[in-house]
Write a protein that binds this ligand. Structure first.
Ligand code: C2E
Ligand code: C2E
Length: 178
């Protein structure tokens, strides 16, 4: 039977993300932003963004190998010395349960501290901030091909703001167009 286009669109928008596990920074930010902007999902109940810093004995890459995601929409990326996880539809009070499933090892043996964002606006704002970061030791923490992709994409995006220059009104003889 013929399904109207807007119904198809609605069905598609209500499906969870078709991705899970590790994504390079750009794709991670893109996926989380898409999800946050999906009005079909509950306000402030779309999931949790969590930053985890491994214990000093563990490299971030090693912590990443312990991260086994099961649920579609559960995503992880690496930024400097931290893992960022997005846990789809996970409730704030269920974070420990989800982490126990995902890492299998006791959480405090792997991570020293964590930060959690759970409201839509908080998550969007954090994602905007991490998107603007180009970690200095990026190629140390990601496979080479992915690092190349991320750095290339970041180069296309202006990351620094233009600094305003003072002008004196009435004294301007030529306007500089930008
Ligand atoms: P999914 O959400 O992508 O989850 C994939 C698999 O991860 C599940 O396979 C299950 O083994 C595990 N998993 C994910 N979330 C949880 C959880 O909160 N608790 C536990 N104990 N295991 C979890 P499974 O069970 O064969 O389910 C396949 C798919 O069916 C799921 O894919 C999901 O789309 C759907 N599903 C199954 N049960 C539920 C449910 O209670 N609620 C919702 N919303 N969807 C469910
Ligand atoms: P549970 O397995 O004890 O999980 C309790 C809650 O922990 C889940 O509530 C969810 O908020 C969080 N959680 C657990 N595992 C994961 C995970 O792998 N990823 C994420 N993002 N969150 C996780 P929720 O979703 O309301 O599920 C309630 C209960 O329903 C679960 O208790 C489990 O017994 C069952 N369930 C949910 N989804 C699935 C599924 O896909 N497969 C199976 N077999 N059971 C499921």
């Amino acid at each position: 039977r013929h399904v109207p286009a807007d119904l198809k669109q609605l069905q598609a928008s209500m499906q969870p993300l078709h991705e899970k596990g590790y994504l390079p920074l750009e794709r991670f930010c893109h996926a989380v932003t898409l999800l946050m902007n999906n009005t079909q999902l509950p306000e402030n109940g779309k999931g949790l963004l969590v930053a985890l810093r491994p214990v000093p004995e563990l490299q971030p890459q090693q912590a990443l190998t312990l991260c086994k995601m099961r649920r579609y929409g559960d995503l992880v990326t690496l930024i400097d010395d931290r893992l960022y996880l997005f846990l789809s539809s996970c409730r704030f009070n269920d974070l420990d349960i989800a982490l126990k499933y995902i890492f299998r090892l006791p959480h405090d043996e792997i991570f020293t501290n964590r930060m959690i964002w759970y409201q839509d606006l908080q998550i969007l704002s954090e994602v905007r901030q991490i998107k603007g970061l180009i970690p200095t030791d990026w190629h140390d923490v990601t496979p080479e091909s992915e690092a190349g992709e991320v750095i290339e994409k970041n180069h296309k995006m202006p990351v620094s703001r233009r600094v305003p220059e003072p002008i004196t009104l009435g004294n301007v003889t030529r306007e500089v167009s930008r």
